[in-house]
Design a binder for this molecule. Structure first.
Ligand code: GRF
Length: 211
């Protein structure tokens, strides 16, 4: 395993960075990114969308935008570590075959192993719906409400071998209201995410982010 972060090359409008976006669900973040890429000159392009289920709603956004997509479910007939390794190897083959230069996790609900992370370190980013290091994990909005915080938000970070623990690139705050439910807080945070993540991808692609 390598501790080294290797950032992607500095891209240009003529030679944009090739992104793969990995999703598990509705893909509103993917939709926002595709819209951003479709309405201006960008130094990045979504070359592939990967979902871990065939039913991920977000695949329709790839289809609508004419972007290549593939679903890679967990392989049958294997268990535990071997299953996860075979799954990640399959994803890896998809990424390599499309010359992917940056992997963008956008609501991808699986924890990636050190096999995968060490290969992509510095070229693997995630967005999380809290102000990390507060409220890592799958229930960030619920945990923020239970803790009674007045401010929450989202975090874009490089992925390391831990859970929502890699170096923070940028955060965006949103207020938490007395009337909030998990759903209303989730929606408010997503609005911030949809603005922040594409801008950070602009910065990474243009070489404006360092570690
Ligand atoms: C986002 O809130 C993101 O922070 C989290 O998963 C959610 C994905 O939402 N990791 P969507 O599938 O993009 O609508």
């Amino acid at each position: 395993m390598s501790d080294e972060y290797v950032l992607p090359r500095k891209a240009t409008l003529e030679s944009p960075l090739r992104l793969a976006v990995m999703i598990s669900g509705g893909g509103s973040g993917l939709q926002a990114l595709l819209k951003h890429q479709g309405c201006g000159d960008r130094a990045h392009v979504t070359a592939l969308v990967i979902a871990d289920t065939e039913t991920a709603g977000g695949l329709s956004h790839a289809m609508d935008a004419g972007v290549d997509f593939v679903s890679v479910p967990l392989p049958q007939g294997l268990k535990g570590h071997e299953r996860r390794r075979a799954h990640e190897e399959q994803i890896m083959r998809c990424l390599v075959s499309k010359d992917i230069e940056l992997v963008v996790l956008s609501g991808y609900m699986r924890i990636l192993s050190s096999y995968f992370v060490s290969h992509w370190k510095g070229r693997l980013v995630n967005i999380h719906p809290s102000l990390l290091p507060d409220f890592p994990g799958a229930h960030a909005q619920r945990d923020a409400l239970e803790a009674g915080v007045r401010v929450s938000g989202c975090t874009v970070h490089f992925v390391d071998e831990g859970v929502d623990s890699g170096p923070v690139i940028e955060q965006r705050e949103v207020p938490v209201l007395d009337s909030d439910t998990v759903d209303t807080l989730r929606d408010r945070i997503k609005e911030a995410e949809h603005d922040l993540y594409p801008k950070i991808l602009d910065d990474i692609s243009l070489g404006r982010i360092s570690l």
